[in-house]
Design a protein around this ligand. Structure first.
Ligand SMILES: [Zn+2]
Length: 314
């Protein structure tokens, strides 16, 4: 078993970059390096990770474990990765194979799961029994934590509230019903919130409603001015996002939703989402239910390191 007080080597593996950090014995995370990811080839990927660790080895102990947060999905029984945008380790047993290459223990978890755990143990969800981590980044993702433990579930997809045929096909804008066609999602289904709920989804929704291309940043700026078309887009967006989120709260019993991803930094939008969710849940709370997470930027690495600590028995 790994020494639970050994510094943890933290990696964030995305489609473009490898980020490297260290979590000290005091559970403080320090970011050390960021380099392009060799996303196509396993050998090149392993060599880059190994070189980054060697370059910063003064921060680590010989028995430091490696904790990985990545956008891929990890099959709970086999450890096989589903990460189609990172062919280097898509369909590989990343933890097992990288552990053999690095001669260190390696754990791998989905980044939304890691974010949810970081928020539940050390962030805005601290003290709450059930915490839902909700990612509103370019897409929609999530993770669920109960009693300080990540709920993995049978398929490794627990908390993924952005997928499935869940979007409304009709919203109300300025008092009138407006039909929104259900969109095809890269996951293979039709009507996923992922197609309308993240930043790309908001842009898609604006295009559907107004036949106009605008970035999510522009839409949000114009909403705050306020400009009528952007206001209509955000009205529709709040309905589309708040209903499945309220439903997720009813099902999981979460008493707090910590929001991560780029849209989490738009405080007025998250406050408006909280108001909309509070109107839909079975039992509203005196405290805000939906709040920006504490670890919007490095929650993945933070959560992965905390998971490594948990698996080391601390
Ligand atoms: Zn989908």
């Amino acid at each position: 078993m790994t020494n639970p007080h050994s510094p943890v080597i933290c990696l964030d593996l995305g489609g473009s970059f490898i980020k490297l950090g260290v979590m000290s014995a005091r559970d403080a995370l320090e970011i050390l390096d960021q380099q392009p990811i060799p996303a196509d080839y396993w050998a090149a990927f392993c060599a880059r990770v190994s070189a980054m660790i060697v370059q910063h080895e003064a921060h680590f102990a010989p028995d430091s474990p490696v904790a990985i947060s990545t956008a891929g999905i990890v099959a709970p029984l086999t450890g096989e990765m589903f990460a189609s945008n990172i062919p280097a380790f898509h369909q590989r047993q990343l933890a097992k194979e990288l552990a053999a290459a690095l001669q260190r223990p390696v754990i791998v978890h989905n980044d939304a799961d890691c974010f949810a755990l970081a928020e539940a143990l050390a962030g805005t969800g601290k003290g709450h029994k059930v915490v839902l981590g909700a990612i509103l980044g370019s897409g929609v993702g999530g993770g669920l934590v109960s009693d300080g433990r990540l709920v993995i579930g049978q398929n490794g997809l627990t908390g993924e509230w952005g997928h499935g045929p869940i979007t409304l096909t009709e919203v109300e804008i300025d008092g009138s019903p407006v039909r929104i066609p259900r969109q095809a999602c890269p996951c293979g289904q039709k009507g996923c919130l992922d197609t309308l709920g993240g930043a790309r989804g908001m842009e898609n929704l604006h295009r559907v409603l107004h036949d106009e291309r605008a970035s999510s940043t522009e839409i949000i700026t114009r909403w705050q001015q306020p400009e009528p078309r952007a206001q209509q887009t955000i009205q529709a967006w709040l309905q589309l996002v708040s209903e499945p989120l309220a439903y997720s709260i009813n099902i999981t019993g979460a008493s707090l939703v910590a929001v991560g991803g780029g849209l989490a930094s738009v405080t007025p939008l998250i406050a408006a989402l909280n108001d909309a969710v509070q109107r839909c849940v079975l039992r509203s709370t005196p405290h805000a239910l939906v709040v920006p997470g504490t670890f919007a930027h490095h929650g993945g690495m933070m959560g992965a390191a905390l998971l490594a600590r948990q698996s080391a028995g601390r």
